[in-house]
Each structure stands twice: as C-alpha cells, then as structure tokens.
Design a protein around this ligand. Sequence first.
Ligand SMILES: [Zn+2]
Length: 153
Amino acid sequence: MILEWKDKDMKGKGVGKEDRNTNTGWFWHVHHDVLLEWCYDYEERKKYIEEEKPEDERELRLRLFKRVEGEIPKELDEARKKYDEAEEKYNEVWKYYEAGEKYNEAEEKCEEVKKNYEELGRKYDEVRKYDEEIKELHKKECPGCPWNGWTIF
Ligand SMILES: [Zn+2]
C-alpha cells in the first residue's frame, strides 16, 4: 500500500493529538507494508517496534521509519485532516451508542458519519494521482530502501 491516512494501529486513539505532539506527522514506513503513513506518535511506535517486533526485523524497521522531509501534496494533507474530523465524529457516535443514550443525536450523527466516509472513499481514489509523486519523494529520501511496492521484507 502506498498510503494510509493514519497509523493503522491507532484506531482513532490519536485523533486531535497532533497539536500537542511533535512526534506527529507524515512518516515513511510506519508499518512494513505501507509506504507513507500519518503517524500520531513516533516515540510510541518506535518503542513498540523495539519491544514487540521480531528481533531480526527491528534494525531494518527502525532504519526506514523516519519523518518525511519534503513536501506532501496539499490536497493529500487536507484529505488527511478530513479523515481525522470524520473519525472524531465517528468516535462521538460510538460513545453515545455505548452509553445507550442520546439516540436521536446519535442517529443524526450516524448519517453524517456515513456521508463523511463516502466522501473520503472518493477522495482516496482521487489522491491516487499523487502516487508517482510520493514514490519519487521516497526515492530521494530513502536511498537503498528494499521497499518493493508492497513490503520492506
Ligand atoms: Zn523506504
């Protein structure tokens, strides 16, 4: 996969974190099978790799996991922000649902959430046009990388 909107292990946990956290941003190789990903917490992910990943994978994972230095296409970055907002709304609905209250509000928000995700699906297809640009930037910033289009291993 070329692109993930967000650190796929965080599942909504990192939303809104980036203002306070300089560990946050676009990173190369957050996961072995994604080239470019929005990472909410570099230090946390690094620690996880150091402690939980198989020992013989750690060196390579840590060497390649680094912040993007160059410019990310604005449209892509904006779509990413939208993803965060959509997820925030989703979390809100989920909270109501779990608490078993505010059904009307939850229902209304549910519709909104659905629309948001549909829009993001379209957006994701749209920003595929930047794939080549991303790959070019990667080539510059990650020389000698074993990434083969699917994985670093
Ligand atoms: Zn690389």
